[in-house]
Design a protein around this ligand. Structure first.
Ligand SMILES: Cc1ncc(COP(=O)(O)O)c(C=O)c1O
Length: 478
């Protein structure tokens, strides 16, 4: 440990009761190693026991501030009382019926409510699954069914899920595909405009437009007949790829290409949706209307629910074409209703401590405050290449040095997995070299300040280590 680590004055050494990991956490991890699939990617030894708001307590009674929110899922924080109450009430009334074969009122009621905040004009229809990947599978199948076209286009560094159809769209990390070939050969990947890494000397806006133009000027002229392309799948903010917002001009150009060729535009808002960016849907920042939108993660505060919403005339498949035994389960739907109350600040979901405003508004305000506070890190620290994002979906891209912008995955991992964790703040990486800031949408400015103090201290330590040429701490895995 460096001297700075020992001197740490920020949150929350006082909240630790044992060394990290403590004895119970160590035992749980040993057991996990024996029993649990080796495919999971745990970055640090946090063994969670209970959570409340933005705080998580581990099995040894140590408290952490959660700026990962269960991978951007706990939009309303951990165990929001309004959400817990809704889940408990529904669980005591009806847990399961299967919307595939039977009716229950809440399926259509939630669809009606979601339709009101849809990013495209109605009428809409809604399909329910259990996860993000299922929402994407459904969109992929619907796009082919409706257009009767085979091909789809997606972007490099995108993440759309891990089931075989969604995996064919995913182009995030090679390990996610290794050993699973063949995936669908009907997907073509094209560059996504990560403007920080655009070719030197090019204009950021023009580069973003050129990325979209490449589809029409190259792909649709050389390899994919446009009349055989069903859909373009895009994340309005690339999530797992590094928290990279799509420039508005890029999305506008995609929309125009789709319109010219009868291609559907599918917005994957599994990570960026449900208020995370300060609007219900991230694509609403651009004014571009998709034909289909996919959601999951934050929509039910941690209960498994995937949603695929389409324009009603697009969702024209016939009975039996697609379904799910559990999709749109009554308990998950009840949780989604309560989540929307909190996000929109409606009824008992409104936070009296917060002037009754909803969590989406809070995400916009606290996110803007945080972004302004930390933007200066680019000038202050050699290893901070870029700070970007919207609302509470903020990425800090770490580089070896400003000039080369070389990827600094090990340094990023040291900051997130060691320095922040040791200081009691939970974060995750995303992309090859980015720190992902995705707290619950209910956080206060004070909590944001505490977490940003910890992150800054951690970055400054890593910055000194890089400048001094040492790796610091323990050697992190690749
Ligand atoms: C943009 C996006 N799409 C799809 C998925 C897949 O969601 P799930 O893990 O719920 O299947 C994810 C998960 O991280 C995601 O970020």
């Amino acid at each position: 440990m460096t001297t700075k680590t020992l001197e740490q004055k920020t949150f929350p050494s006082a909240r630790f009761k044992t060394a990290i990991p403590g004895p119970k956490a160590k035992a749980a991890i040993e057991k996990d190693k024996h029993w649990i699939s080796g495919s999971y990617t745990r970055s640090y030894p946090l063994v969670a026991k209970r959570g409340r708001g933005a705080m998580v307590e581990d099995v040894d009674g140590n408290e952490f501030m959660d700026f990962a929110a269960g991978i951007a899922v706990c939009s309303t924080g951990h165990c929001h009382p309004h959400v817990v109450q809704a889940i408990q009430k529904q669980a005591s009334e009806l847990i399961h019926m299967s919307g595939t074969d039977f009716y229950y009122e809440s399926m259509a009621q939630l669809a009606e409510r979601l339709s009101k905040s849809a990013p495209m004009k109605g009428p809409h229809k809604v399909y329910y699954g259990n996860s993000g990947t299922e929402a994407i599978e459904a969109a992929l199948k619907l796009a082919r069914y409706h257009t009767k076209r085979p091909y789809v286009i997606a972007f490099y560094n995108s993440f759309h899920g891990r089931t075989m159809g969604a995996l064919s769209l995913t182009a995030s990390k090679v390990q996610q595909r290794r050993g699973y070939a063949p995936v669908s050969p009907a997907v073509t990947h094209v560059p996504y405009p990560h403007t920080f890494r655009r070719p030197e000397g090019t204009d950021a806006k023009q580069y973003a437009i050129d990325c979209a133009r490449f589809i029409e000027e190259k792909v649709l002229k050389t390899t994919l007949p446009p009349e055989e392309v069903a859909a373009i799948f895009v994340e309005p903010v690339q999530g797992e790829g590094g928290y990279v917002p799509a420039p508005t001009e890029f999305l506008q150009e995609l929309r125009a290409i789709c319109d010219r060729h009868g291609i559907l535009l599918v917005a994957d808002e599994v990570q960026s949706g449900c208020g995370r960016t300060g609007k219900m849907w991230a694509i609403q920042h651009s004014g571009v209307e998709p034909d289909i939108i996919c959601s999951a993660k934050g929509i039910a505060s941690g209960m498994p629910l995937g949603v695929m919403m389409a324009k009603a005339d697009v969702m024209d498949w016939k009975p039996g074409s697609h379904a799910s035994t559990f999709g749109g389960n009554p308990v998950c739907i009840a949780s989604a209703f309560a989540t929307l109350d909190v996000l929109e600040g409606v009824g008992e979901g409104a936070d009296p401590k917060n002037e009754g405003k909803g969590a989406i508004k809070n995400a916009a305000e606290v996110g803007a405050y945080m972004l302004e506070r930390i933007s200066g890190w680019v000038k202050k620290y050699e290893i901070v290449g870029e700070v970007r994002g919207r609302g509470l979906m903020i990425g800090v891209e770490i580089v070896k040095d400003k000039k080369s912008k070389a990827l600094a995955g090990k340094e990023r991992d040291r900051i997130v997995d060691e320095l922040c964790f040791e200081r009691g703040v939970l974060m995750l990486g995303c992309g090859e070299t980015t720190i992902r800031i995705s707290p619950p949408l209910i956080i206060t400015r004070e909590q944001a300040d505490v977490a940003m103090d910890v992150l800054e201290e951690s970055i400054s330590i890593a910055d000194e280590e890089v400048t001094a040429g040492s790796t610091g701490g323990k050697q992190m895995g690749a």
